[in-house]
Design a protein around this ligand. Structure first.
Ligand SMILES: [Ca+2]
Ligand SMILES: [Ca+2]
Ligand SMILES: [Ca+2]
Length: 329
């Protein structure tokens, strides 16, 4: 995507960037990734064969030569152990948002294998799967020849942006798996995190441009065309134009003067002339802004009409800064 900074507006954007950052802060998608509940809350544990995942408070002594180790952080981590071949899996299903801008999966582990690694039967691995268990991507795995004792703790971090953008709006499963069939193998896991940032766009200046920067009042049966004009920027102040995104669309909701439910009246919209198609904002090349000439004629009922900007695709969201009202009194 080709984007550019609008240099002379940088001071304004800096100011508004502060508020829009609220909407673009990374969100944590792993529950109880640090195991500080002292149990497996949030996790689905599947132990097959010999052994199990165990909550470790620093006193757990695994079967075999491995000795107790302090938790990687806080009061608890989890450790796998066994007395024979087995497979120990800890998973979390993740409902991915739309408009993924960045996604980072990270965790801390300790690896103690008492035999050489081989794939997949003596292996520590981290997978992203679909909800049917089909592999989407192997994020990390030990390989034959790797050091068998990596007590660390090892902080590992992977950029999953491209992968999770492919599955945005869907559910995936993050799976931590220790498999063994040759001597003892203790995997330790803590501080699991999946942070996702959405691409959220704001209106430059915190709203629409004049005359619709302020609420507009229409009296009686009078009609008018309201030019809805705005520029869109992300949290870093980068402007998004026709080259960058599917054009945004206008939404209109209505609430009557007397108490009553707010209803979506977007479908009643009648574009003026040929400037706009349906409810899609047009990119004004000369003004370098998004624009829609909103005719008020279809909106005859007295009350408050809220005009807002909605994303034209699932690749971005638009925050509530792009919103203004007109009233018919
Ligand atoms: Ca912990
Ligand atoms: Ca032991
Ligand atoms: Ca491997």
């Amino acid at each position: 995507m080709a984007k550019f900074n609008i240099g002379r507006l940088s001071l304004i954007m800096l100011f508004y960037g502060v508020s829009s950052n609220v909407f673009s802060a990374p969100v944590e998608y792993i529950a109880n990734g640090d195991f500080e509940t002292g149990d497996f809350s949030g996790w689905n544990i599947t132990d097959s064969g010999s052994g199990a995942w165990v909550i470790n408070d620093g006193t757990f002594d695994p079967t075999g030569p491995g000795e107790p180790l302090p938790p990687i952080s806080g009061t608890y981590d989890i450790v796998s152990h066994q007395g024979g071949p087995g497979l120990h899996i800890a998973t979390q299903p993740i409902s991915l948002p739309t408009a993924i801008k960045s996604a980072t999966l990270s965790w801390a582990d300790r690896i103690r294998s008492y035999a050489e690694f081989s794939d997949p039967n003596q292996e520590w691995r981290v997978l992203v799967e679909d909800t049917n268990g089909n592999l989407l991507q192997e994020v990390f795995s030990t390989n034959p020849g790797d050091p068998t004792q990596q007590i660390g703790p090892n902080n590992r971090s992977f950029d999953l942006t491209a992968l999770l953008q492919t599955y945005q709006g869907q559910q995936v499963v993050i799976s931590f798996e220790e498999q063994d069939d040759q001597l003892y193998f203790n995997a330790t896991l803590d501080d699991v995190s999946l942070e996702i940032t959405q691409l959220t766009l704001s209106c430059v200046g915190g709203g629409f441009e004049p005359p619709f920067s302020d609420p507009i009042v229409i009296f009686g049966k009078k009609n008018m065309a309201i030019p809805v004009k705005f520029k869109l920027i992300d949290a870093d102040g980068v402007e998004y134009t026709f080259d960058d995104i599917a054009p945004p669309v206008v939404n209109i909701s209505y609430s009557p003067l007397v108490a009553g439910p707010t209803i979506d009246v977007t479908d009643d919209l009648l574009p003026l002339g040929n400037a706009n198609d349906d409810n899609i904002f047009r990119w004004d090349v000369d003004g370098q802004k998004w624009i829609y000439n909103l005719g008020t004629k279809p909106y005859k009922s007295l009350g408050t009409y809220t005009v807002s900007v909605a994303p034209g695709s699932s690749d971005y969201t638009v925050d509530s800064s792009c919103e203004q009202i007109f009233e018919r009194q």
